[in-house]
Design a protein around this ligand. Structure first.
Ligand code: FES
Length: 111
């Protein structure tokens, strides 16, 4: 089972897009990053304080768009793996979400 998040062309390269998926009273926050044509997805929950990373809609990257950055205390994460690169994440990375891009360019969240 899968759920369409967006089309790959809806995201700049490099760029990011956040999602809030609601099922009943539960909400799941995710974001995707597109870089060099590849797409990566993570739960939108910083391992430092357990809150969402962005301070503005879809703003998950540092100014050079080389890393994912948490806007709260500045933790840096590797785009390709979600690994912590510096700041208060203390070696704890982001949790990846399972996605695929289908032949039509739809970004699908896999169950
Ligand atoms: S909450 Fe993300 S670095 Fe503190």
């Amino acid at each position: 089972m899968s759920e369409k998040l967006c089309h790959i062309d809806d995201v700049d390269d490099p760029g990011a897009k956040g999602f809030s998926l609601k099922k009943g009273r539960k909400e799941r926050l995710l974001f995707i990053i597109k870089k060099d044509g590849a797409v990566y997805a993570y739960e939108n929950k910083c391992p430092h304080a357990g809150i969402n990373l962005e301070w503005q809609e879809d703003d998950f990257l540092d100014p050079d768009k080389d890393h994912i950055v948490c806007s709260v205390h500045g933790a840096l994460f590797k785009i390709e793996t979600g690994d912590c690169l510096g700041g208060p994440c203390d070696g704890n990375g982001l949790t990846a979400a399972n996605i695929e891009v289908d032949k039509d360019g739809n970004v699908l969240l896999l169950a």
